[in-house]
Design a protein around this ligand. Sequence first.
Ligand SMILES: [Zn+2]
Length: 100
Amino acid sequence: MSKEYKKDWYQKNKARLNGKQNLFHEGFKERNGIHYATLHNWIRKNIERTHFCPICFEFHDKTEFANISQEYKKDVKDYIELCRPCHRDFDSVIKLNSVV
Ligand SMILES: [Zn+2]
């Protein structure tokens, strides 16, 4: 998404955002060309939440999807449902591995 497009979109949707500018920025974070808003929508639609974390082996109200390959593929097998603390650990382990 180009800067111009974002500006355009923002102008058009400013009224609708209704002071939720932070959401706008959060929702359209882009890193390595990945559109996180699109990706999160895809995850929500395609991966069923079990609320079970396979690392601590417990059920949680809030779970998150961690990416395994760090390539953020649109592939169900590339994500694992974890609780928040395990997700953090998982990500730091993955980052360490990718440095080595
Ligand atoms: Zn956990």
